[in-house]
Ligand binder design. Sequence first.
Ligand code: PLP
Length: 438
Amino acid sequence: MTENKELTQLGKNIRKDFPFYKNNPNISYLDSAATSLVPRDVINKIIYYYESLGVSVHRGVYQLAAKTSEIYEDARKKIKHFLSAGSEYEIIFTRNTTEAINLIAYSFEKAKDELNELFSGWKGGLKTGDIVLISESEHHSNIIPWQIISERTGIKIKYIPIVKETGALDITAFNKIKNDLDDKDVKIISLAQVSNVTGIVYDLKPFISYAREKGSVFIVDGAQSVCHQKINLSDLSPDFFVFSAHKMLGPKGIGALCGKKEILNKMPVFLGGGDMILSVNKEKSTYNEIPYKFEAGTPNISAVFGFSAAIDYLEKIGLQNISDWEKKLTLYAMEKLSEINIQFFGPSLEQVKSNEFKKVGVVSFGINGIHPHDIGTLLDENNVCIRVGHHCCQLLMKAWDVPATCRASFYLYNDFEDVDNLINGLRKTIEFFGTHNS
Ligand code: PLP
């Protein structure tokens, strides 16, 4: 990927690309970990689809259908290239990360002997006592699908605990779990590459090595990683990598499952309907090849167009530029936050500064004696949008013994002034509650 060196200064310099700022010039939007803003290029591509094409993909014999299908299929190639995914991978479009994980879980639930050639211990499919290994810091979308199929198959979920001080995965505990699971079939390991609460970027290599030792399927939840850093699937080589376009400048309601073809080929189908079949008979039908076998029904074509434009935009700016910019903002925010009476949920400023922890632009914090919801509401009165709550990570909140945290998240369009607005808003909040409580 070619990086444009002149664009190292992001923030305000690129806000002209984001119509949101034209309509909301005074807002400090610090909730990109929930969903990102969308550049004009993405909106234009969606409009282009509806205004100039507007027809369906794959089935039409006319030129408009052919052109629409070509752009739609090119998006698949673009995504693969963006992830540095080799020819062993295929892209399946899903609604989001959540649907991608559900697709895998539901298909695995149905699998009998199909995966046994590729993964030892998969004869007969998932059985009572088999293990799915995840962690306490996973997003609910990487917990609930496994709990649902656990109820139906008897598989057990084992959780890698976190280190309380930092929220990081506890490697010592993981090594102990490995011993405990010595005689067990660990069928699936599914972990987020970046935590949506602490922003920690994990080195997943030790976990993938363990997966290979145990003959487990390895899934990476890339929802929070793909937007901030260059992904290299050829290097990491997971079986599946799942993510959503709306966290990386793309439209809502579209995401992708990037999976190894040899596994996808053998997996039972997920949803049934049009496009996913080859021939339909009264008793039994035959299914299409991948990726179509997993894409039943008319897809969200305009969103795929927008997804593709989001990748073009990110590549134009350069992920290294984005990551460098976020790091500056994050360190500045953590320094300023340290000056007021806050508690970090995640690595300390020193741990981030010294690179003991690699972290994206996500900072979780709390203020002693003030509920996060009150903080979020008062910040909103100061035009600062942050996220407060459990962030779909209730197990992590339980491990910390708190109901909620505040989370500020930064992306390429944020600037130092947003951080200053956050700090000013927090100072006012502390003052308000100080006076109020006295
Ligand atoms: N995984 C992680 C780490 C997330 O942060 C999120 C969303 O916040 C998801 C999964 C779910 O993403 P979506 O709601 O787009 O399916």
